[in-house]
Design a protein around this ligand. Structure first.
Ligand code: SF4
Length: 491
């Protein structure tokens, strides 16, 4: 039985033939995370919204379980002389595409439009559209124009009429169109073969998309690989040199191999299993702190479609925070928290009000990765200019504990990462994130969106508890990582 190549499988196959084969023959090995699911559902929301930006049109009811029905429906609409069709389905020689929008461009030509929930055109979209044009032309439709309809960067809630930007990519698609036929045949062969293609894991496992078979393919790889070297993927020629020499483990990189000083330092530290601690640097940094110490962490959402007045497309807004407070070196640790749970109101006014009560006018505000908390505070200052001086004052008081670790504390087990989870796992393993239901920023976004959409009391309670526990763990982690440095300096 010959298998159908859909456009998502085509894009999957262009990224990695092994990924396409595994999707076809071993789908049970795939592991999708919830944040990927959120990207998909955001894409669906934006796609549906796009229909409202056209003056009429007919919608084909597409169901992957029964594509033939949608194909017949599309054909009927074409026969009826419809001039705009949403979700038009075509299948030629076992290649199936569903076009977001097709509309009459001239008496004999069609305009093909792909709707995307991102703010720019990427190479993958061009590949995707080239396949669609290829199939439509085989189905007897002449495509005279090709567009990507994407989100207008920073589009405000108040100007939703400008939410989409339509970019003409006809020329870009035309350039790669001649290659589509041979690529289609090659990928169909992959899908119909019983043998898994022999593809080694590499940079392509994360680009252009994080592969859902990552855990399967990377098991058994050396602990430290050339793909961990900072910024090496930005220099494909150098990376290829190592790959072609069969070098995967950091330990196998020859001493004379050209690397930047930062990369060489990274490799040597990892290979020689060094722990490097600069006590003087740590002491100097911590000396700038003043009590009370506020350990702060926000969780924020950034939906493509702005939800409230003053919001913009993809702009972050906080819905939650956790705050641990240490009034003095020997003082008792206090905890405050905020979580917004209602879908119909902007979380920011209440969050801000409580934040202003919880954080006094003096003392350092300790965060992990300052740029994010700074962004959230700056957003609040834009939305509520009456509190701008106070919020700008908070921004000036931010102290990035991550930077202290990144600059002065190198540990083999960090594996070059200064994510709070990774550092905590090494310094304070008893306080891990393992037992938490929510365990990452992207995960928190997904959980919060589920929470505000849910009508189930039990589900809401479970999600609230999960979110509160996760955010509290982040700030408690900072407290413990701070205390670890203080204790170490006293030894
Ligand atoms: S993990 Fe890498 S090698 Fe494995 S299927 Fe995915 S992209 Fe291909």
């Amino acid at each position: 039985m010959s298998r159908t190549l859909s456009k998502s499988r085509y894009i999957t196959g262009l990224q990695c033939e092994k990924r396409l084969w595994l999707k076809t023959w071993r789908p049970q090995l795939s592991s999708f995370d919830e944040s990927t699911q959120r990207i998909f559902s955001q894409g669906t929301e934006v796609g549906e919204l796009a229909h409202q930006y056209f003056d009429g049109g007919v919608l084909v009811d597409f169901d992957y379980k029964n594509p033939d029905k949608a194909i017949a429906e599309t054909e009927a609409h074409l026969q009826n002389g419809e001039t705009r069709i949403f979700e038009a389905a075509f299948k030629i020689n076992e290649v199936l595409i569903v076009a977001d929008v097709i509309e009459r461009f001239s008496a004999s030509e069609w305009c093909l439009i792909e709707v995307k929930s991102s703010t720019r055109v990427t190479d993958v979209y061009i590949e995707d559209l080239a396949l669609q044009q290829f199939v439509m032309q085989q189905a007897g439709l002449k495509v005279g124009r090709v567009e990507v309809m994407h989100v207008t960067s920073g589009c405000p809630y108040e100007a939703m009429e400008n939410f989409f930007t339509r970019t003409d990519v006809t020329a870009e698609v035309k350039t790669i169109l001649p290659e589509v036929g041979s690529q289609v045949e090659a990928l169909k062969n992959v899908m119909n073969s019983k043998a898994c293609p022999d593809v080694s894991p590499g940079v392509h496992c994360k680009k252009p998309y994080a592969c859902d078979f990552y855990s399967h393919c990377w098991q058994g790889m050396p602990e430290d690989t050339i793909y961990d070297i900072p910024n090496l993927s930005g220099n494909p020629a150098r990376l290829e040199q190592l790959e072609e020499a069969g070098i995967v483990s950091l330990a196998d990189i020859p001493q004379g191999f050209p690397l930047s000083s930062k990369q060489r330092h990274f490799v040597d530290t990892r290979v020689n299993k060094k722990v490097l601690i600069n006590r003087q640097g740590i002491s100097k940094s911590l000396a700038s702190l003043s009590y009370p110490l506020y350990f702060l962490d926000f969780e924020a959402d950034n939906p493509a479609i702005p939800r409230f007045p003053g919001h913009k497309a993809f702009r972050q807004y906080a819905f939650q925070y956790s705050l641990h407070i240490l009034e003095s070196p020997d003082g008792e640790l206090q905890h405050r928290e905020f979580l917004h749970t209602d879908a119909t109101t902007d979380p920011q006014p209440e969050l801000l009000q409580q934040l202003l009560e919880d954080i006094g006018e003096e003392g350092s505000i300790i965060v992990w990765n300052r740029s994010f908390e700074k962004l959230v505070l700056k957003q609040l200052a834009i939305h509520y200019p009456e509190h701008k001086p106070r919020l700008n004052g908070m921004v000036k008081r931010l102290f990035d504990l991550m930077k202290v670790y990144a600059a002065y504390y190198e540990h083999l087990a960090f594996k070059g990462s200064y994510s709070i989870k990774k550092v905590l796992q090494v310094i304070c393993p008893e306080l891990s994130y393992d037992n938490l239901k929510v365990s990452g920023g992207a995960n928190a976004q997904v959980a919060w969106n589920k929470l505000i959409a849910s009508d189930s009391v039990d589900e809401r309670k479970a999600l609230e508890d999960g979110l509160l526990a996760y955010c509290e763990r982040d700030t408690l982690a900072m407290v413990e990582l701070y205390r670890h440095l203080i204790t170490m300096l006293k030894e």
